[in-house]
Design a protein around this ligand. Sequence first.
Ligand code: NAD
Length: 484
Amino acid sequence: MTDKKTNRSSDRAGEPGSFHSFLDRRGFVKNGMAVGAGLALTSKSAIAQAESSEKVLKVALVGCGLQGQALMDSARTDESLKGTYQMVAVCDIWKTNLIRMSRTLQAYKLGPATPYEDIEEMLQKEEIDALMVATPDWMHAPHTIIGLEAGKAVYCEKMMSNTIAAAASMVKAQEKTGGVLQIGHQRRSNPRYLHARNKIVFGDKLLGRVTHAYGQWNRAVSDPYGWPKGSELSPAELSKWGYDSMESFRNWRWYKKYGGGPISDLGAHQIDLFNWMFDAMPTRVVAAGGVDYYKEFEHEDNVMAIYEYDVDGATSRGYYQVLTTTSSQGFYEKFMGVNGTLSISESDAVNQVYREARAPSWDSYAAKGLIVKDATKETIYHKFWEQPKKWPGPHLPSRWLAGKATADVRETKGLDPWDLPITLDVRPHAPHVKAFFQAVRKNDPAAVNCTVQSAFATCVTVLSAIKAIKNGGTYTFKPGEFTA
Ligand SMILES: NC(=O)c1ccc[n+]([C@@H]2O[C@H](COP(=O)([O-])OP(=O)(O)OC[C@H]3O[C@@H](n4cnc5c(N)ncnc54)[C@H](O)[C@@H]3O)[C@@H](O)[C@H]2O)c1
């Protein structure tokens, strides 16, 4: 099946007008890997010409699908960003999404955003400071590199790419141009996660030595994406942009040519956190998975992977699972230390810490506002995976959490830096978008919250789970592998 599907990705390199000839002209080869610079470097980045920090940023969106919409909604609903940016252009090869996005922006008075099908034409015609790239993974390298080389700052969605080579080309392009490039691992800007990492895990070391991490993203069976009748790209258009069929264009995540499958799509968020929270790179990964349910697709529909880390001379392990045939317990992460465990998620139902009975008192942490000790009055939290016998139903009454060994971590106004209500006046991507805009204003590549170098290390970490599966279940990382 895989071969059949891969063969369908017939390489039309060199055909005039084909997408591969576009990529070839630009110095890209198939699978989105850049092998050389195409555009001449602009001598000064557009951002460097910003007259003052008050300047309204001119932003363009490339890729107007679900995540393009989420990024726009994130920026739009963050009051603090109001008036700081303007959407000048949108780009998408599919008119259905392109026109919808252009109209939506107009309706919210964030435009007028001129619609383009071709990113190069857009870059030639528009004055743009920053690109937000939310195209399928295989287009991240071409779109990011074209943007950087045109002197634009780029926010590029995760996963950086579906191949390590293409991801490396993005690192090289950033290093060569010195442009501002942030990768969309948005948890790294989320106040909840920053609090967890900087205060609970590292700062005050509430959990003690963190011996294990856990992450999961479980989803129920779902139908493949379709498309409105009559909205199909023509065979010539599909071929021009490198897609084999309307079906693979819509369900790109499942095909090797375009995406990395669930472990990449969803693991990108959470395995990234293992590296971030352990502040280390793994030494080995043991993994199993397969194409066991969605036989029509190419990528593993379930993966279970254990990453081993050497943290200050001792081994810690992170276990990750992505299952696409059950929604059991949804998506969240846990960091388990000898003194306590933190469970955390972008979803606000699953955020708490609990203290081991033998651990030193946490009263001083509560006094400092690091944790909220008493959860009797307000929010409800799930804790059933810790004490299943006491779980009375899908939503726990908060008094159940008021046991001695329990403290909840939640966003409580007045607790610095825990004062962003994540239930959400702003959406989970908003802090990351804001961090990017700030870095653009400063024209400072180091000011982003997820550099391309650290995202590259994540890309290597995540995609190596597949290497392990192919390799009989285990893959040992090589020295230097996490650097492009
Ligand atoms: N950070 C997050 O939480 C998060 C969540 C979902 C998706 N994502 C990422 O965002 C990206 C987009 O995912 P999505 O769910 O929006 O997919 P999608 O299929 O809904 O949207 C992709 C859009 O890109 C367009 N497109 C495809 N090729 C193009 C090209 N060559 N030029 C211009 N436009 C092109 C498509 O027409 C479509 O409108 C992926 O990289 C995905 O991993 C991130």
